[in-house]
Unconditional design. Structure first.
Length: 134
């Protein structure tokens, strides 16, 4: 069923937060044993890091983590967090997109070439389309 974890700090930034986030997602590994990913973001200046390991310390106030249970797409293509092409919007979510076939067809109609995974283009298109999103 996947799992998400997060930390948001308005002040008193703590350089141990990346390790704290990892401990939080490790605690829910049973919900998503197949994959994981992190977002570390300074929402004031837009600097961010995504990935699984190797983060360089920088002041951040938003930390998001994801544990993934792969059911339909077993590849790493569904790794989260995902971001749009401008890298100013990120998505990390828990659960299944039940209307993924309908959304995939909509992406094809909009000429979004890679429709088998949540790509930056599909995130941008869904945000700007005015269509209901998952």
């Amino acid at each position: 069923m996947c799992g998400i974890a997060g930390i948001y700090r308005r002040r008193n930034l703590d350089d141990s937060d990346p390790l704290r986030l990892q401990a939080m997602t490790d605690a829910i590994v049973h919900r998503g044993p197949d994959d994981f990913g992190y977002l570390l973001l300074d929402s004031h200046n837009g600097k961010f890091q995504t990935g699984q390991t190797g983060f360089q310390w920088q002041p951040c106030d938003v930390f998001l983590g994801n544990r993934r249970l792969s059911i339909i797409d077993l590849s790493p293509n569904g790794r989260q967090p995902i971001r749009n092409e401008a890298s100013d919007t990120f998505a990390i979510f828990n659960g299944e997109i039940f209307n993924y076939l309908e959304l995939r067809n909509l992406l094809r109609l909009k000429d979004i070439s890679s429709v088998h995974k949540p790509t930056p283009k599909s995130l941008s298109m869904l945000m700007s389309s005015g269509e209901p999103t998952a």
